[in-house]
Design a protein around this ligand. Structure first.
Ligand SMILES: C[S@@+](CC[C@H](N)C(=O)[O-])C[C@H]1O[C@@H](n2cnc3c(N)ncnc32)[C@H](O)[C@@H]1O
Length: 271
């Protein structure tokens, strides 16, 4: 059983990364997280499946990047480094790959540091992904990653926290400019435009149910997600529903769940 160990880990307040860990079947969550997660699931029954589709895309995109020769990864808005996250996939294929996880939430960072403390090739950094220049100047990022070589950047389930007033396309451009040619950026995003009417209502109830844990979730359509890849070449098959991006045999095979239609995903190549 997971027992919180530090002052950061308030057992009375639900937490986004631990709720997400619970959806993924992880062990790093508390009763207060499970209670809130169950409320969210009661308004959007496909929530757990949505989290699994999202993580499935992340896993396939990391494997794809390793196959393209990428040996270093920057995972923005990573949540906890558990439940099949980036370093687990990358290190299964290339044990020497370097992985920097980034989250702005103190709980995720404290837990991540603890989980990775004995791992020489993966670190957790506390930083705001909306400040790419500060992030690339961060001592741990500079120590672990070589910006002159191709990077695999993961932005799965994180642009949903960035509103249009924060210029998400400008943010993507900034990352594109900071990455060496041959880098890849993988992104997944919540959408409701392909949902049936009942599920669409449920998505909006879910966004409401998250308030109090996080400020706001933003839902985008295909044009909005495509715009984030301006200036990059999209890897085949382009922007797809999350489970349809290069599916592999196994648990990621698309199901009949309404959650199938609730996320877009794509990988872009820099340079
Ligand atoms: C839905 S989880 C996604 C986890 C993981 N990336 C995945 O796809 O499985 C989103 C995470 O992004 C983090 N996050 C949101 N906005 C962020 C920002 N501006 N900078 C860093 N982390 C952020 C949240 O704290 C949360 O842990």
């Amino acid at each position: 059983m997971f027992v919180p160990e530090t002052a950061h880990l308030d057992p009375e307040t639900p937490n986004i990364s631990r709720i997400y860990d619970y959806y993924l079947g992880g062990a790093f969550n508390l009763p207060v997280d499970r209670e809130r997660a169950d409320v969210i699931k009661s308004v959007l029954p496909g929530m757990e499946m949505l989290a699994r589709f999202n993580r499935g895309f992340l896993r396939r995109s990391v494997a794809f990047m390793v196959e393209q020769g990428v040996t270093q990864f920057l995972d923005l808005g990573s949540g906890l480094p558990t439940a099949g996250n980036t370093h687990e996939v990358a290190h299964a294929l290339d044990p020497a790959a370097k992985v920097v996880y980034v989250d702005y939430e103190p709980v995720a960072v404290a837990l991540g540091e603890r989980i990775l403390r004995d791992n020489p090739n993966a670190v957790m950094v506390g930083a705001d992904a909306r400040r790419p220049d500060d992030l690339f100047a961060h001592p741990e990022v500079r120590r672990v990653l070589d910006p002159d070589r191709p990077l695999g950047v993961l932005m799965t389930g994180v642009m949903v926290f960035v509103g249009d007033h924060e210029d998400p396309t400008g943010l993507m451009k900034a990352y594109r400019d900071l990455c060496a040619p041959g880098s890849y950026i993988a992104l997944s995003h919540l959408t409701d435009e392909r949902a049936d009417p009942e599920t669409k209502v449920q998505v909006h109830a879910m966004v409401e149910a998250y308030k109090g844990v996080i400020e706001q979730l933003y839902v985008r359509d295909l044009a909005g997600v495509r715009a984030l890849f301006d200036g990059m070449a999209l890897v085949e098959p382009g922007v797809t529903l999350m489970p349809e991006w290069r599916p592999r045999p196994g648990p990621d095979i698309p199901t009949g769940s309404p959650a199938h239609h609730l996320g877009y995903a794509a990988v872009g190549r820099v340079g």
